[in-house]
Design a protein around this ligand. Structure first.
Ligand code: HEC
Ligand code: HEC
Length: 286
């Protein structure tokens, strides 16, 4: 797409956006219980210092149909990605002749709760690390294998598999480690920064206008607790940094690279904004 076309699309989007934002609909009042037994927290009181009082999972903003798919793990197409991740977990790769399982054994035990506490401070890298980058770290340092490129190879399925081991557990970020607080601040700045021709920030849509409709989409709080999520529109698992980039692209032409400092700060901050919601990976969204 050339630049003129992008610009005209953005202006169009801006016009229809302003026209449609009047419609208000609150999140639905419904309980998510997966397979009739696993209770998922989709509403929780916000942590201190949060601009919103109540936090809602994106699940609460989706249609009856979409919500039903996530509530049944046999129906949830994201579970195929999780199964693929399990296969990769047990596959030997790299010069050391090891698989993830060689060191971490049964992920249901060793990875339980791990994904609920990322991003974490990584003292070696002197910056926050997410699950995707931790996988790469283990591949390079412990397996003698190559790092996955963004969204390539086993990155999405393996991330989904690891996060899925924490399904139902509350999201927490430990801001007391290293310089996490500084990265939180930087992420907050990005979140509220108005950019592009539409002069919008994340907060314009996901804080100020959450609950309203933007074209056919019911705007949620932009929570990150379900990633990687299965998007029905795209028929595949979508990574968090892909979603960030998509949302930023809708408001301006230039957008930061996956795993850049800007997006890592945004991951720290948005994860904190969902403190206490359950991990839902793989969530199902429109
Ligand atoms: C040679 C052993 C070894 C292999 C192989 C290995 N790891 Fe690791 N892994 C470690 C060590 C050591 C640590 C850091 C110490 C710890 O947290 O136990 C670690 C940490 C982790 C963590 C963070 C755990 C936490 O509590 O924060 C994750 C996630 C992880 N590895 C995933 C993987 C995945 C996925 C693979 C396969 C692609 C893999 N590892 C392969 C040794 C290994
Ligand atoms: C022009 C409005 C708009 C802006 C600005 C915007 N988004 Fe979004 N975002 C959407 C729409 C529409 C969706 C899909 C429906 C929903 O969940 O709100 C979405 C979805 C998301 C989701 C997925 C939620 C889920 O439950 O799976 C995340 C995460 C997200 N946005 C983060 C961000 C971040 C971070 C920013 C700022 C960099 C941002 N968005 C800026 C419109 C926007």
């Amino acid at each position: 797409m050339n630049k003129a076309l992008i610009t005209s699309t953005m202006l169009l989007t801006g016009a229809s956006l302003l026209a449609s934002l009047g419609l208000q609909a609150t999140p639905v009042d419904d309980a998510l219980v997966i397979d009739g037994e696993l209770e998922i927290t989709t509403q929780v009181k916000a942590p201190e210092g949060h601009a919103l009082k109540e936090l809602y999972s994106g699940w609460r903003y989706r249609t009856d149909e979409t919500r039903a798919i996530e509530a049944d793990s046999f129906e949830n197409p994201g579970m195929l990605g999780v199964e693929q991740g399990e296969e990769i977990w047990n596959t030997v790769e790299g010069s050391e002749g090891k698989s993830c399982a060689s060191c971490h054994d049964d992920a249901a035990v060793s990875m339980k709760g791990v994904g609920a506490q990322y991003p974490k401070w990584d003292a070696d890298g002197n910056k926050p690390i997410n699950i995707e980058l931790q996988i790469n770290k283990c591949r390079v340092e412990n397996m003698g294998a190559e790092a996955y490129k963004f969204d390539k190879g086993g990155q999405k399925p393996l991330t989904a598999y690891i996060k899925h081991q924490s399904i139902g557990m509350p999201v927490t970020v430990d801001l007391s480690q290293g310089d996490m607080q500084k990265w939180w601040e930087a992420g907050k700045e990005t979140y509220y920064l108005r950019t592009g021709q539409l002069n919008m920030s994340c907060a314009s849509c996901h804080e100020k206008n959450q609950g309203k409709y933007i074209r056919a989409d019911h705007l949620s709080q932009g929570q990150v607790n379900g990633f990687p999520t299965y998007r029905l529109k795209q028929n595949k698992l979508i990574s968090l940094h892909n979603r960030f980039r998509g949302c930023i692209r809708d408001t301006r032409a230039e957008f930061p690279a996956a795993f850049s400092d800007t997006l890592m700060g945004l991951e720290v901050y948005t994860t904190w904004r969902g403190t206490g919601l359950s991990v839902e990976t793989p969530a199902v969204r429109q």
